[in-house]
Design a protein around this ligand. Structure first.
Ligand code: HEC
Ligand SMILES: [Cu+2]
Length: 482
């Protein structure tokens, strides 16, 4: 019994020795291809915006990836259907997380209900076609190939079956993250975001099942540019979340097929960017360029609460084609970092200096009011062209998902007092116009009561609306009820 403590010391020593030998051995590998694998493991795969657990300090393993290809109809935008081709049932495809030295045994399974053969080209592979040549698989079949993971980084994978552009355009892309030895530094939140451009037979917003349009794709004239496969995938219930003080890491890819992304988060500065998904780290970046078939890892700490908007800063894509997502941050305000609005003054360069914002009560009525319906139409058209047109557009057609139409608007035609109120006091919250939902903000329009009457008369008597004539008296009545 006496020898026990002694034995313990010995074994502890030998353990330590073994450990240190092992540690030394690790750095001894001439190259990553020498890293031995230890045991096998089934890879965890996740649908966007989620990512699998970090690899941490685990040793290199034989990692078995089982990826199932599914062709399935989905919604690309409100009421717009599209047949997606997917890796794992989502666009972008399942996220794969591995480490340097892993030996990946890749099983590519083409579901028997699918119509086409597919394959996979992983940019993390060193070998012909990135695996494409060995993985070409017909519906109802499975192909298996293996590769050694040599380089850390964030890599795109995609289908490479002809016509390649079409397979990518239908959603066949995703990301594979290769972590370095010991893993990436831990952060509080990690998310998976991937941009893609879509080409549909009908123009943006046209409802029903939309076929892929090859000519538009060749011309790179995208109808939709989106994050995570559809308009609004990262807004509403899909918005990303974080708390004040947390560090967020976004794994951002761009599947293309056609467009490069100027990735930006409105209201944030990226503390770190792994440029192009590689080892080079840039700091304090506003917008990072993500090539088609490329990726970047961006990291930032969120300091104040609010909504941060992920965009492709080729900005019409964000506000008109869908490349817009949200990161909602909750927590304590910090007025040292951001004050919020402190004042709202009217600025008149030639006027009597700064003055207070007028309420609609203080707006002067015209000295020469409209005397007839024709004059109301004429004045109303002028007001429309000066104020409403910016959002509701020249023919009152609005902009899908942003500004509701005034042309043939059931919302407008149903209730004139409600329309008067919207122009006088603004409108916010969810409304439905012609079957489409809008949830945005229209600010109060700073126009006189007579102008409200004229502009609404113009709107009601244009573009197929119900020809209501709105008088100044009607506007006054709505006002007196408030
Ligand atoms: C800065 C952009 C903007 C301007 C300028 C603007 N609107 Fe709006 N308008 C909106 C938004 C956004 C909504 C939807 C609000 C919501 O989602 O609750 C809306 C809704 C409406 C609606 C109800 C919905 C519908 O389609 O029938 C009417 C009526 C309307 N606006 C009339 C006008 C008129 C008239 C003017 C000009 C005097 C005007 N708006 C100027 C953005 C704007
Ligand atoms: Cu394919």
């Amino acid at each position: 019994m006496k020898s026990l403590p002694f034995l313990k010391t010995i074994s502890l020593l030998s353990l330590l020795l073994m450990f240190s030998c092992f540690k030394e051995k690790k750095t001894e590998y001439a190259s990553t291809e020498e890293i031995p694998v230890n045991r096998e493991m089934i890879a965890e795969l996740t649908a966007p915006p989620h990512v699998p657990a970090p690899v941490g300090k685990r040793k290199a393993k034989k990692l078995i990836v089982k990826m199932e290809i599914l062709e399935a109809e989905g919604e690309i935008s409100n009421g717009v259907r599209y047949v997606y081709w997917t890796f794992g049932g989502s666009v972008p495809g399942s996220f794969i997380r591995a480490r340097v030295g892993d030996e990946i045994e890749f099983h590519l399974q083409n579901h028997p209900d699918n119509k086409l053969p597919h394959n996979i080209d992983l940019h993390a592979v060193n070998g012909p076609g990135g695996g494409a040549e060995s993985s070409f698989v017909a519906p109802g079949h499975e192909k298996v190939f293996s590769f050694k993971v040599l380089a850390p980084g964030l890599f795109v994978y995609h289908c490479a079956t002809a016509p390649v552009g079409m397979h990518i355009a239908n959603g066949m892309y995703g990301l594979i993250l290769i972590e370095p030895e010991g893993g990436l530094p831990p952060v509080d939140k990690e998310y998976y975001v991937m941009q893609g451009d879509f080409y549909t037979a009908g123009p943006n917003g046209e409802r029903g099942l939309q076929a892929f349009d090859m000519q538009k794709a060749v011309d790179e004239k995208a109808d939709y540019v989106v994050f995570n496969g559809s308009v609004g995938a990262l807004t509403g219930d899909g918005a990303l979340t974080a708390k004040v003080g947390e560090t967020v890491r976004l794994f951002v890819g761009n599947g293309g097929p056609g467009l490069v992304s100027s990735f930006h988060v409105i209201g944030e500065i990226f503390d770190k960017v792994h440029v192009e998904g590689g080892e080079l780290v840039n700091s304090n970046v506003q917008t990072t360029l993500i090539p088609a078939g490329g990726a970047a890892m961006v990291e930032f700490k969120v300091d104040v609460p609010g909504s941060y908007v992920l965009v492709d800063h080729s900005i019409f894509r964000a506000f008109n084609k869908g490349a817009l997502g949200l990161l909602n941050v909750t927590g304590e305000e910090n007025e040292k970092i951001y004050s919020g609005e402190q004042m709202d003054n009217i600025y008149l360069p030639e006027g009597p200096g700064i003055q207070k914002m007028p309420t609609t009560d203080e707006i002067k009525e015209s000295d020469v009011p409209a005397k007839s319906f024709d004059e109301q139409m004429k004045f109303g058209k002028q007001i429309y062209g000066q104020t409403c047109i910016a959002c509701h557009q020249a023919e009152g057609q609005g902009i899908a998902n942003a500004f509701p139409p005034l042309a043939n608007s059931d919302y407008l035609n149903a209730d004139v007092d409600r329309a008067i109120e919207a122009v006088l006091y603004g409108l916010s919250g969810e409304i439905t116009v012609n079957g489409n939902k809008y949830n945005s903000i229209m600010t109060a329009q700073m126009i006189s009561q007579e102008e409200v009457a004229n502009v609404l008369t113009y709107v009601y008597n244009s573009w197929g609306n119900n020809k209501t004539v709105v008088t100044t008296e009607m506007v006054k009545k709505v006002k007196s009820k408030k």
